[in-house]
Design a protein around this ligand. Sequence first.
Ligand code: BG6
Length: 489
Amino acid sequence: MQTDSNFIFVLFGGTGDLSMRKILPALFEAHRAGMLAPTGKILAVARGVETRAAYLEWVEEHVKPHVAKHGAGSVDAEAWSGFLARVEYVHIDLGKPEDFRILRDAVAEHDGIRVFYLATGPSLFVPICRALADVGLNQNARIVLEKPLGYDLESSNAINDAVGEIFQEEQIYRIDHYLGKEPVQNLLALRFGNALFEPLWRREWVESIQITIAEELGVEARGDFYDNTGALRDMVQNHLLQLLSIVTMEPPHSMDSDSVRDEKLRVLRALKPIDPRDISRVAVRGQYHAGVIKGASVPGYATEKGVRPDSRTDTFVALKVEIENWRWAGVPFFLRTGKRLADRVAEIVVNFRPVPHSALGANALRAGANRLVIRLQPNETIRLYCLAKQPGEGMNLASVHLDLAFDQFFREGQMEAYQRLLLDVIHGRLALFVRRDEQEAAWRWVEPILNEWEVSPKPPKPYAAGTWGPAASSAMLAQHGTCWLEEEN
Ligand code: BG6
């Protein structure tokens, strides 16, 4: 791993939730592992705290609990103090242009790559970029934008247009943290590092594919944000469509930034547009009610803090998607995500077609007899289901599986998504960041669903917390003669 790129990492939203839980812990871990240039600095920007000393106290109190523990279950004290020595602070009011001159002077004290990380709400993206440009800080710089980037195609275009006037596309790093996850990287390795699966990875052999990102968590402290967002914007427009494009894209020429992104874009552009009249057949939206998750009672969505009591926001989405190209025409892809579901799991299920004729009885014709289950989290595993003869008299087939658990092979070196992505920004690697055209294609595809749900008189379908979502989600798959993996007997 390179450590030679000197940098100054300016963190807007330095006291925000994301900085606390993800960004600063990831930078600490990179520091601890010796992956940062020794002279690299972190310059936090916030409004709530006055001085560097007060900021360091905040970091001690709020960030340290989120930092990975090592050795005797404690934070490496030497690494921690070395990390704090890298942290500088400027107190600025984002609304005051003169404050950006203070920032400019603070940045000017450091050599190296300039990274501006906007861990703020999207409404601040454009004002911050403009203020940076006014003091000349858009030169030789990289800008990192967190999702959500806009609310729909129009607002996302407005942000991209405005930011694009100030920064070149090669300077803009749009984060989708799923792209930084080790197992998602591994998907690329599985598909393009092995010749084994490629001949089968197409409509002739694949009957259907499911992609699930299920969460047990509810909206936590983000009720206000979430109620104006919903699962389709929060998870489908970005994470699920990115996963879908990685699962289905053509082999890229190389892993350079544009080869992979070009192939993903081709998939996003080939998604069959959704006819508004079909939405109730291909899209299910749900909202959780009170329920029980792993023995604990949890409240319904409408009573969460920050949520309107009559909210119609989707906390669950299931979709049937088609891809209009030669490889995938006619294959249904079922995507699903939700809060307060029965389990936390992200997985991809590839159901292969049964044998064309069975000399061995009806069992061999069963759907799902051959199936590849790629579990992304928790416990990254790949499981390949096959049929085998049951011992004893006669030819009775039973389902067996081959398991590949990655932690048996690789005990060390796992990296959190944010750590990988932040190092990529510092080293100027764009492949794992979303290009503007990908983002637009994804918004364009989800927009008819957003629009229809906006005006539809039908509210989201209720589901009890701790279940797998509304019954309509299972019914949608039943229409295609299939079911979600957990519904298999
Ligand atoms: C974020 C969403 O992008 O992803 C959250 O805004 C969600 O609502 C989170 O909880 C899930 O990420 P992970 O890495 O925990 O699967």
